[in-house]
Design a protein. Structure first.
Length: 118
């Protein structure tokens, strides 16, 4: 039986039962060492955007943003309207609109799309 555990890579991977710290795992297809290190240190900023509110905006200029956030939502298997992203995703979204990060945050807070900057 030990050979099967070794073959599957399970042998020796058990944690001591006294360990109460959660283990952080990378959930992305492309590793993001900066985000993983920030999550491990507890200093993460996870902005929340209301995808349904973004879809309801009349301008077609927001279509690339909608697609970007929908892709994140689908990859995670989520169905909620509120999508939490990395702080670096805010930079990417701002670049898609051609705005600076500060102007993007200000405008999307005003529109009611950017809900939280936790």
């Amino acid at each position: 039986m030990r050979w099967l555990l070794r073959l599957l890579g399970i042998e020796g991977s058990r944690k001591p039962e006294s360990s109460t710290e959660p283990t952080l795992k990378e959930r992305r297809a492309e590793p993001d060492p900066v985000a993983l290190a920030a999550a491990a240190s507890g200093s993460t900023s996870r902005p929340g955007l209301d995808l349904e509110r973004l879809k309801a905006l009349p301008s077609g200029a927001y279509q690339p943003l909608t697609e970007y956030l929908t892709y994140i939502q689908v990859k995670r298997g989520e169905t909620e309207s509120l999508v939490f992203v990395r702080a670096s995703d805010i930079d990417a979204l701002a670049a898609l609109t051609g705005e600076s990060r500060e102007n993007f945050v200000k405008e999307f807070k005003r529109l009611g799309v950017l809900i939280s900057m936790n």
